[in-house]
Design a protein around this ligand. Structure first.
Ligand SMILES: NC(=O)c1ccc[n+]([C@@H]2O[C@H](COP(=O)([O-])OP(=O)(O)OC[C@H]3O[C@@H](n4cnc5c(N)ncnc54)[C@H](OP(=O)(O)O)[C@@H]3O)[C@@H](O)[C@H]2O)c1
Length: 341
């Protein structure tokens, strides 16, 4: 066991994009497990857009990270000490913990054992078999209820969630349109993730017209990961009784002042469409079902996924920004072993 536990704390609430001064690196003792607890030596940390929301003191589906508290994030790691009857040293676990080398687990909430017998890379439980995979699976199928032959529009389509939504939609017999930033991501959309149409929103041009060119009859399902101008462009292309699934609104996560709301909501009325939010946390009890199905599709080669692993805990605040400038090429993950003594 390393002698110290490096942790990254929230020092100040960011205004706009998080800056180096909003974080603080602290070294302290490795925790000891109390009764019913176990100590995890974290190996990988997942960096997710939602963390940006937890840094703000605004009402949400979970409390904000307190000032001076460890940054929250999902990790995978190995149990190194335990006073919990169901967790033994050597077990691989995934759970919502912190930006730190060692975490205390309680075997509750999001804590789960990784089935070692499957022999899968542990990072998959942060990506395709973790929260992003389950967001795509349950969000698209349970909330979107797609029918074969429907047309599906996905924003941030080359990302962790969006790349999987597009492939699940193809498996379900839908036509897919993905929006992403830049030619390389648009190549990935078509060549790796099987999208029928790719739209590069950074290429300039009118987004609503580009969507109309790909789907002249309109779209049945919008899987919205971005919001802002993209949501407005999607709203101008709805079919009758379309479903607009609000998964994320990343375009506004770093806004310094309130952003103007969608301008085209009247299209919901015109097209008798519905708009609905979705939250992956609602599906934790059903994760085994989603993991089994996604696992089968992976095995059959029907799902492909990308991970973007960056080295080092100390650089994590800087790495986090890749989610917001689009330089992550897949699920963004930190390798904590890379800069551990
Ligand atoms: N509701 C839930 O339970 C749930 C769960 C997980 C994730 N989410 C949401 O799902 C979305 C995607 O998350 P993810 O983990 O899969 O991340 P990701 O797509 O792998 O990474 C974020 C991507 O968003 C795009 N982006 C960032 N800022 C943007 C902007 N201002 N305008 C347009 N595009 C922008 C970038 O792609 P480009 O290079 O293409 O611009 C970036 O690569 C996020 O909104 C997240 O909050 C929701």
């Amino acid at each position: 066991m390393a002698e110290t536990n490096r942790q990254i704390l929230l020092k100040a609430r960011p205004r706009g994009l998080p800056a180096a001064g909003d974080f603080e690196l602290r070294e302290g003792p490795v925790p000891e497990p109390g009764e019913g607890e176990f100590v995890i030596r974290n190996r990988y940390l997942s960096l997710d857009p939602a963390i940006r929301g937890w840094m703000d003191d605004t009402p949400s589906y979970m409390p904000p990270i307190g000032l001076g508290e460890v940054m929250r994030g999902t990790t995978v790691g190995e149990v190194v000490a335990s006073r919990h009857p169901d967790y033994q040293p050597g077990d691989q676990v995934v759970g919502l913990h912190g930006w730190e080398d060692y975490s205390l687990g309680h075997g509750a909430g999001f804590d789960a054992k990784i089935p070692a017998e499957l022999g899968l890379p542990p990072t998959w439980f942060l990506s395709v078999l973790g929260a992003p995979g389950m967001t795509a699976y349950f969000g698209f199928l349970d909330v979107g209820r797609p029918q074969a032959g429907e047309t599906v529009l996905v924003s941030a389509a080359a990302g962790a969630v969006g790349s999987l939504v597009g492939q699940i939609a193809k498996i379900k017999g839908c036509t897919t349109i993905g929006i992403a930033g830049g030619p390389e991501k648009c190549r990935m959309l078509k060549d790796e993730f099987g999208y029928d149409h790719a739209i590069d929103y950074k290429a300039g041009g009118d987004l609503a017209s580009a969507i109309r060119a790909a789907a002249p009859e309109g779209v049945d399902i919008v899987f919205e990961n971005v919001g802002g101008e993209m949501l407005d462009a999607a709203l101008m292309n709805l079919k009758l009784r379309a479903r607009v699934l609000i998964c994320g609104l990343i375009a506004g996560y770093n806004a310094e002042s309130p952003t103007p709301g969608p301008r085209n909501l009247w299209q919901l009325l015109v097209k008798r469409a519905r708009m609905e939010g979705l939250l992956v946390a609602d599906y934790v009890d059903r994760f085994p079902e989603g993991i089994t199905q996604m696992g089968e599709w992976l095995q059959q080669g029907r799902i492909r996924h990308r991970e973007h692993v960056e080295p080092g805990l100390v650089a994590a605040p800087q790495t986090f920004l890749k989610l917001f400038d689009g330089s992550n090429m897949g699920k963004l993950i930190v390798d904590l072993a890379a800069d551990r003594g």
